[in-house]
Design a protein around this ligand. Sequence first.
Ligand SMILES: Nc1nc2c(ncn2[C@@H]2O[C@H](COP(=O)(O)OP(=O)(O)O)[C@@H](O)[C@H]2O)c(=O)[nH]1
Ligand SMILES: [Mg+2]
Length: 305
Amino acid sequence: MFSKIKKVLQDFAQQISEAILYRTLSEKEIDEYCNNLFIQLIESDVAYDVAEKIVNEIKQQLMGKKIRRGDDAKNYIDTAVEKSLEEMLKGVGTFKLMNFVKSVLAKEKPVKIMFMGVNGVGKTTTIAKIAHILKTNGFKVVVAAADTFRAGAQEQLKKHAERIGVTFIGGRYGSDPAAIAFDAIVYAQKNNFDVVLIDTAGRMHVDIDLMNELRKVARVVKPHLKLLVLDALTGNDALEQLKGFEEAVGVDVVVLTKVDADANGGAALTTIIGVGKPIAYLGVGQGYNDLIEYDPAIVLKMLFR
Ligand SMILES: Nc1nc2c(ncn2[C@@H]2O[C@H](COP(=O)(O)OP(=O)(O)O)[C@@H](O)[C@H]2O)c(=O)[nH]1
Ligand SMILES: [Mg+2]
C-alpha cells in the first residue's frame, strides 16, 4: 500500500538532507527540490491540486528555517515531510461506526444504514465486512438486497450472509428496491434486530433515473446513515462520484475500498485528502477482516514506516 508514494517521499527527504550535508540550501534550491517532488507525486497518480497542496505544505515547513551543516538534517527533513502530510490528513474526519450504532440504539431500533455507490466499487463486499464486525460486536444484523437490477446481486449478498451468519432479506429481480428495504426494516422491527444494512444497485452518479430511484429508497427507509462506497483506485473520479451522490441524496460518511490495490498510492491519497466527508473505514482486501477503521495515524504509518 502506498509503496511508490512512500518511496517518492523518502527519496525527497534523502536528497535534500544529503545536499544540506555540504552547505545551507537557498530557498531557490529548496524550490527546485519541491518542484521535482511535485512531478514525482503526479507520476504516482496524485491529482494535480492535491500534489500542489502537499508540496506547498512541505515548502512551508522547510522555507525560512536555516538548516545548517552538522544539524541532524535527515531527521529534520523527515519530520518536516511527515508533519506536512499529517497536517493534511488531520483535516479528514473520522467516523466510529460502532459508536454511532450504539448511540442510535440508545434511542431506537433498528439502526438503518443505506449503502450507495457506483457499480463495482465494493458495496456488497463492504456490507459483508461491516455485517461481520457488527455480528462480532454482538449485534443482530439483517442485510437487505435492494439491488434488484444486476444479475447475481441477490445471490452474492445471500451467500455472504450465510457465511457470516446474519439474516438475509431479498426479492425478485426487477422488483421495487424500496419495497425490499421496507420489508427488511419491518422484519427487523418484528424480530428485535439491531441493525439493517441496505445494499443498493450500483449506479452512475450522472444517471438521473437511477438516482431518483435511490432517492425513493432513501425516502422510504429514512436511513440513520447514508454511506457512500468509493473505490480508492479511481482518485479524482471518486471525488466526482461523491459530488453526484451528495447532490442527489446526500452523503453522511464514506468507505474507501481497494486501498490495498493501489500500488502507487497516489490515487488513494488523493481520495483520502480530497473527500471532505468523514471516512469510516478503508477496505484493504477481499476478506471479511480486510477493513480497517480510518485513522490519520494509520495512513501516516503506511506512508512513513
Ligand atoms: N483488493 C480489494 N478488492 C475489493 C475490496 N473491496 C471490494 N473488492 C472487490 O471488488 C469487486 C467488486 O466488489 P462488489 O462488492 O461486488 O462491488 P459492488 O458492485 O459495489 O457491490 C469484488 O471482486 C470484490 O472482491 C478491497 O478493499 N480490496
Ligand atoms: Mg453489489
